[in-house]
Design a protein around this ligand. Structure first.
Ligand SMILES: NC(=O)c1ccc[n+]([C@@H]2O[C@H](COP(=O)([O-])OP(=O)(O)OC[C@H]3O[C@@H](n4cnc5c(N)ncnc54)[C@H](O)[C@@H]3O)[C@@H](O)[C@H]2O)c1
Ligand SMILES: [Zn+2]
Length: 366
């Protein structure tokens, strides 16, 4: 088999450019950390119970030759752990093990691990270096890139956090083999989103390579993840703190987040975003920005990757209310992302309450 190896640099501010590396094993990790002046340091591998069981030993073996010492902090897998209690327990351990500002945190896991470790790194000693080793598809194409870190607070998602960039993002595609299919396909929602908001040709490519993606053909996965990372990179570099265009990445998230909350997080993030994208596309359709054929094709594509396009048992008014309360507001107007046309996301602050109501109605079945 051909070796997968792709790389791109991300340049958020001139002070700190970091590399996103796509590999099919961890064999280059030690040499890369060393070249970034992270040899002979203490490493804290922060991971969850599921990923830790599968990959901590591999990482430890790889890092042993270059590390001063290796420590691990494992918390129970799942969104419920993404809170300040978990952060606090890890601070305790970092202090106990004598971590100083020259040492390094390693985030080994999905988006929960990455967001939480990034926040730890941003705040411990006012900031220590960290590295992302994303292991879920969503983390590879989305959460590990761009420096949004944080935790949930009470029932508010990502309420506490910081913008803080990693020194390296290193993904080992073979870890996707152990990812549960529902999590794999949930990541596909964000990938399809990338095509829809930025690159119609990429969207078509995803549809054409459906079989290879499902078969987890490494070359195709590498190509897909690379292209998605490139799209995310473009938005992040242009607008690191999301004061403008980066909001386009939130396509499907306005209504999607509300559904996620109303359904008590029973559905996966990508699944809610899939429903949210269909709802947002409905507004684009009604406004004549996309045609019926495109709208139907979008639904078929999401379904082809096992994503839901409707939701049952929701009260439309409740979802509407949650949508209006969402933090993505701009002086009282909801910042809605629409497709105009397919392949191009736009920010629209004129979407009315009636339009949102109808959009939610279009994806709701009793
Ligand atoms: N920072 C950002 O920009 C950003 C963007 C999108 C999402 N997020 C956040 O990401 C989180 C969701 O990420 P996620 O979907 O990766 O969830 P997750 O981290 O909970 O991972 C999903 C499940 O898969 C398991 N898992 C991960 N990799 C595995 C592997 N290779 N093999 C076996 N099991 C594996 C995990 O243990 C977990 O049980 C949310 O908290 C969301 O807020 C952040
Ligand atoms: Zn998302």
């Amino acid at each position: 088999m051909k070796r997968v190896n792709k790389s791109l640099d991300i340049n958020v501010d001139k002070q700190q450019v970091y590399e996103i590396r796509i590999e099919q094993d961890y064999s280059h990790l030690a040499e890369m950390l060393k070249s970034l002046d992270m040899g002979n340091r203490k490493f804290m591998i922060v991971t969850d119970s599921m990923v830790g069981k599968l990959y901590t030993k591999q990482i430890t073996d790889v890092l042993q030759p270059i590390a001063k010492s290796i420590h691990t902090y494992v918390f129970p897998a799942g969104e419920k752990s993404k809170n300040l209690d978990t952060v606090r327990a890890c601070y305790d351990q970092l202090i106990l093990e004598g971590f100083d500002r020259n040492d390094v945190l390693i985030a080994l896991g999905g988006g929960v691990v990455g967001d939480l470790t990034g926040f730890l790194a941003a705040t411990y000693l006012r900031g220590i270096r960290f590295v992302q080793l994303p292991t879920s598809l969503l983390a590879m194409v989305d959460s590990s890139i761009g420096g949004k870190t944080g935790v949930d607070f009470n029932s508010y998602k990502n309420m506490i956090g910081a913008f803080y960039q990693p020194r390296l993002v290193y993904m080992n595609l073979s870890t996707l083999q152990s990812l549960e299919p529902n999590h794999f396909y949930s990541g596909m929602s964000e990938i399809i989103k990338h095509g829809l908001i930025k690159d119609e040709e990429y969207y078509r490519w995803i549809k054409e390579h459906q079989k290879q993606i499902k078969d987890k053909d490494f070359d195709i996965l590498a190509e897909m993840i690379y292209r998605s990372c490139q799209i995310k990179k473009t938005f992040v570099e242009e607008d690191p703190k999301e004061t403008g265009v980066r909001a386009i990445l939130n396509f499907g998230h306005t209504i999607g987040h509300s559904i996620e909350k109303i359904k008590n997080f029973d559905l996966l993030h990508g699944e809610c975003i899939s429903i949210g994208m269909v709802a947002a596309a409905f507004i684009s359709l009604k406004r004549g920005y996309i045609n019926q054929e495109t709208y139907d094709d979008l639904k078929n594509t999401l379904e082809a990757f096992y994503q839901p396009i409707t939701v049952t048992g929701i009260e439309i008014n409740k979802v509407l209310k949650a949508t209006k309360l969402d933090k993505k507001m701009d002086a009282g107007h909801i910042k809605f992302i629409l497709l105009k046309p397919i392949g191009k996301g736009i920010i629209d602050t004129t979407v009315s309450e009636d339009e949102i109501y109808e959009a939610i109605q279009s994806v709701s079945i009793h």
